[in-house]
Design a protein around this ligand. Structure first.
Ligand SMILES: *Cc1c(COP(=O)(O)O)cnc(C)c1O
Length: 382
């Protein structure tokens, strides 16, 4: 069976986790701090704060830019439901705009139309869907015009790059380009710590807020008290959360980050192999990356067109019967019961089509050439 995804762990992660366990310090401590420092430096941000998940990171990001109960946050419906849920956790309401069918990311045109008629919007939450950077240059220009904060849901986008000046300079997602970027380390993502998340920002006060809120609003960390030679007492100036990452996860993250370039390079090679191998299949549309970005191909989506010899779902079953796991396109929050009564800004037709027409093919570091060829052959045989 070829699975859809597989984490890439080696002896290094096993050793690091073991060391963290035997060190006597397993909750948020020195390894989390080291992971933050390495992560910050890798993406090119001034600050990073590790948390328990990307959902937690998004929640803290929204609170930190001042999203309040009753506010509206513009986002896409076409995303894992955590994107919309994080807005609800902040007491605000998501309002959904449609995507660009080429990149599966927020359409800048739809965003601008929405902001012209929507009141009480407090922030924009964009997604770098499946690792593919959204058109930040256009979106940030619109956000400036309407004086709105931009939070990047970069759950899938570790190692992806973007150029804001037509390819002259390349920068990593997480730099950040908006106000705050949020990452996920769930096993379906490109770098994993089992579960986990990270916030990056260039704003010192935001970073202090993240650190305070992730640990029950506590003014002094456990580690500081532990290392102090004098008796010190912590205070609780604000109401916070338990969004801490453990040091075992932090230790995994440090090792995973050492491999990230290698992992992303391999994924980009697999994507090229798929794109080449599926060339000429006239009922299938493969994805292309826009000139402004280099994606990490967290997922490899293909669109099954109208002239296909069989329906999308039957094709998925046929591949499954041949030992190849696939997944349908990204979900839409507005098509789920939890968000079915929520307003959208304009039609969400492109989002709906993407969910119903797309198949995600297996992609992970240890996927062998023979397995890639098998996937290509099975599709070509249809
Ligand atoms: C996976 C994912 C999340 C949630 O990440 P967790 O770490 O599981 O909370 C949020 N947004 C997007 C786009 C995702 O793909």
């Amino acid at each position: 069976m070829i699975p859809i995804a597989k984490p890439f762990f080696g002896k290094e992660e096993v050793k690091a986790a073991k060391k963290a366990i035997l060190s006597g310090w397993v909750s948020q401590g020195p390894k989390v701090k080291e992971f933050e420092e390495r992560f910050r430096s890798y993406v090119g941000a001034k600050y990073a704060c590790a948390v328990s998940s990307c959902t937690a990171a998004l929640h803290l990001a929204l609170l930190t830019v001042g999203v309040k109960p009753g506010n509206t946050v513009v986002t896409v419906s076409h995303s894992f439901i955590a994107t919309a849920n994080s807005i609800s956790h902040a007491g605000a309401k998501p309002i959904f705009v449609d995507i660009d069918p080429e990149t599966f990311n927020m359409s800048a045109t739809c965003l601008e139309k929405c902001l012209r008629r929507q009141r009480n919007v407090s922030a924009i939450l964009v997604v770098h869907q499946m690792g593919m950077p959204c058109d930040l240059k256009k979106i940030l220009a619109i956000a400036r015009k309407f004086k709105l904060h931009v939070i990047e849901d970069a759950a899938c986008a570790i190692g992806s790059q973007i150029s804001m000046n037509g390819g002259r300079n390349w920068e990593r997602i997480g730099k950040p380009h908006g106000d705050i970027a949020c990452f996920s380390f769930h096993p379906r993502k490109v770098l994993t710590t089992g579960d986990g998340g990270m916030l990056t920002t260039n704003n010192r006060l935001y970073n202090r807020r993240f650190h305070l809120l992730r640990h029950q609003g506590m003014s002094i960390s456990d580690r500081e008290r532990h290392c102090s030679k004098r008796v010190i007492f912590e205070g609780y100036p604000v109401i916070g959360y338990n969004y801490r990452m453990t040091d075992i996860q932090g230790a995994l993250g440090v090792e995973q980050l050492k491999k990230i370039e290698k992992i992303v390079k391999k994924r980009r090679e697999i994507a090229i192999a798929y794109t080449k191998g599926l060339e000429g299949v006239d009922w299938l549309k493969v994805s292309e990356e826009p000139a402004y970005c280099k994606t990490n191909w967290q997922s490899y989506p293909v669109r099954v067109l109208k002239n296909a010899p069989m329906k999308r779902d039957r094709l998925m079953q046929r591949l499954l019967d041949a030992g190849i796991a696939t997944r349908r396109g990204i979900m839409n929050a507005h098509q789920e019961k939890a968000y079915s009564s929520y307003a959208s800004c304009g039609s969400l037709r492109s989002s709906e089509r993407a969910r119903d027409e797309v198949i995600l093919l297996p992609i992970y570091y240890t996927l062998k050439d023979s397995q890639i060829n098998k996937v290509i052959k099975e599709i070509r045989n249809v």
